[in-house]
Structure formats: structure tokens, C-alpha cells
Write a protein that binds this ligand. Sequence first.
Ligand code: NAP
Length: 329
Amino acid sequence: MKKIRWGILGSGRIARKFASDLKWVNDAELIAVGARELATAQAFAKEFPAKHVHGSYQALVNNPEVDVIYVATPHAMHHEHVLLCLQHKKAVLCEKAFAINYKQASEMIHLAKAQQTFLMEAFWTRFLPHYEKAKQLIADGKVGEIKYFYGEFGFKPVEPVAPRLFDPALGGGALLDIGVYPVFMALDLLGKPDVIDAVMTSAPTGIDEQCVVRFQYKHGAIANLFCTLASNLASGGDIGGTEGRIRFTHRMHGPTTQLEYYSGAVDTRQLIATEQAKGNGYEYEIRHVNECLQNNLTASSILTHEFTLLLMQTLDVIRAKAGIRYAVD
Ligand SMILES: NC(=O)c1ccc[n+]([C@@H]2O[C@H](COP(=O)([O-])OP(=O)(O)OC[C@H]3O[C@@H](n4cnc5c(N)ncnc54)[C@H](OP(=O)(O)O)[C@@H]3O)[C@@H](O)[C@H]2O)c1
């Protein structure tokens, strides 16, 4: 099997975790890193050796040895950087939030289709073993009809706080950074809501420090979603159905080794063990992208373009209801 040669665009915090996980995927190789400054790219390549070290994103996309690029810049830059990669026919895995709004996302997906080039949102949670297991339990009828989903994600950033978290120009705010996870799960489990309500409280920079969202469905389900950059929460979730319940005890968005399943009342709790990630958990999405590229696909059938567009459209509605605005809107 040929090696899929990865380039990384932007050498910040998540880029480091991702680079570290490439080693867990047999047919993946880190071949290049591109940063705005050569010195930053060189420092990154000292930690994660790469054959090519570029002092600009343009040089990275010009590199003919790069098959696929992981875009790891702040969300406000995803639109520009993904378009740059696609214009050079580089396959792309783009971090969440995929873009600032639906308009940007649809332009990115439109170009990927026009260029017949692979593009996927880096929604790593979708590929994690515990989440796959939860989906399997639901598909097996263990939960019955889902009537309720609760999901939360909250953390209080520690010093030095990444500027992107609170800076509106970088797409700062709780919803796009972390609220996107419970929103993703509600959409994945229940589909497009019929009614969306949302309120937020703002940080001094004007971005949403906290946001609470409610989805209602004509078929009778409700989702309650919450995110905050003001407090450290368990960041768990609950899927309640007519036949059972699945509980994510903590950090439902990241790798974990167990789920709680209840077939009835609280005393029916079963602990369901799930595979332990070898790395930080990004290896599962990397493996999926590699499989897609080995098969010459231009989109994933698991994390589809349609789903990414639904997610961005829903985030736009939530923002409109809650009063969260960015300059590009
Ligand atoms: N999937 C996950 O688990 C996860 C976790 C954390 C973050 N993320 C997502 O990943 C993205 C990056 O987050 P991060 O925490 O890695 O951010 P970060 O540490 O601030 O790194 C972002 C990088 O983007 C580059 N960049 C380009 N233009 C920039 C600008 N105008 N201002 C600041 N940086 C700029 C910089 O790299 P160079 O200077 O090297 O070019 C910088 O190091 C965000 O979209 C975030 O939502 C995902």
C-alpha cells in the first residue's frame, strides 16, 4: 500500500497532537509542515520530523510531494486556507469549526467538487470507538426511539490563553469552538431540528462566553445543549430513548474507554468497555481519510459534505437566535 503523505498547515497546539498521532497509522507519513514563519515551522519539525519545512502556506501547497493537508489554523482562517489547498488540488482535512458560516462552508465544498479533490471536516469524535459503539447500540435497538439528548462541553482556559478563543477576528467564542460538539451529536443522532432556540452570555470581547441551545423535533424529541468557556464541566452527555439510555460520563467528544448503558432504571447500569486509543484519538479520523484517499474518493461517506453543511447552517441559526455575530456574516 502506498504511503499517504501528509502536510500540516499551521503549527499550533492541535497540529502538534495531530502530528503525534500520524505514527499510529501505518500508511501515513508526515512529509511537510508549513507555518507563517520559517522558524516556527522549523521548531515544529524538530518535535515532529518532516522532510520539507516551509516558511509559508503557499510553499506548502506548491510542494508536489504532499498528498493531503491538515488545516489547523483558527476557524476564521479555514475558508481562506482550504481554498488555497484546493486551488492546488491538495486533498484537505479541515479542523472544526469548519468555517465561520454556511456561506464560507458552501464555497469550500463547491470548490472541492469542482476540483474533484477530497475535503472532509476533522470531526474526530465521529470516528472514536466509544462513539461508534454508541451508534451501534442505537442501531441494534438498545435505546429504542431517541426522545432526548443532553450534551455539554465546558472548560475554563488556563494561562497563557490562546488568543483565538476570545478574539472575534479569529472566530472566538464558545459555540464555534466547543459548542459545536454537542450540536454535532444532536444532529447526528436526531437529524435536522424543526425548532431551534438559543441564548448566550458574552465575554468582554463580545464573543459568546456561554451558550445554551434547545432543539425540538416534530417527532417528539428534544435536545438540550450547553457550552461554556467560563467553567470546567464534566463535558458529558445523555442519550435517552424509549428502550434504554446511553450516558457519556465525561469528555464525550474525546477518547474514552467506557460507556454507561441502562436498559431500564438507574440500577440497570452496565459499563461497556471500548477500545483505548493508542495516541490522542486523532488516529481514527486519519485512518479514515487515508482509506478514502487510497480509494481515490473525493468525499467521506461517513462525514459527508451534506452533514457539514447541515452543521454550519444550524450553527448560523443558533447564532442568529443567540445574537452571536462575526464581521464576515
Ligand atoms: N479537534 C480537536 O480536538 C481540536 C482541539 C483544539 C483545536 N481545534 C481546532 O483547531 C484549530 C486551531 O486550534 P489551536 O488550538 O491549534 O490554535 P492555536 O494553538 O492558536 O494554533 C493556530 C495556528 O494557526 C496559525 N495561524 C494562521 N493565521 C493565524 C492568525 N491570524 N492568528 C493566529 N494563528 C494563526 C498559527 O500557525 P503558524 O504560525 O505556525 O502558521 C497558529 O499556531 C481551531 O479551528 C480549533 O477549533 C480542534
